[in-house]
Design a protein. Sequence first.
Length: 185
Amino acid sequence: WQIAGARGPCYHPRVPFTVQRAREVFRGRVIRVVVKDVVLPNGRKATWNVVEHPGAVTIVPLFENGDVLLVRQFRAAIGAWLYELPAGTLEPGEPPSATARRELIEETGYRCRTLRKISEFYTVPGFCTEKMRLFVAEGLTPAQAEGDEDEIIRPVRLAYGKAMAMVRKGRIRDAKSIVGLMLAH
């Protein structure tokens, strides 16, 4: 079942609810915000604010010696630089694996010979529909990169153990990157 954009009854084996009204309050380049008035299984009414997102990918780029390729990126939403795995939003009709290959080149300047999906998860299911697909990229070779104009990114190659130490010390604070690093090895 899926609630994004739903009108009328939506059912889950344990949580049936009804969307009485859904109204768009914001539409941006990537997201849409919808306010939904719902009736819960106990008859109570609630209002949910839902951020609808087309989905995204995160890539764990691994070199043959085990090093991992991160990016250091400025994130305006928090006003800080973060160490992250390369990632990006799905374009309409684009398969997640194609997004992963495209974003790897754009953000790191490397392409991969092999790409395998290792997991998928919802980033913040309390209010957002974004589903993240997690890939491991291997067989890395340099490629011509043309990054997005609105991104400030610098690739950083690290020993995998050093990246994990950065997670433990709180120097890598991005959830998708923490998940990716923990699941890839």
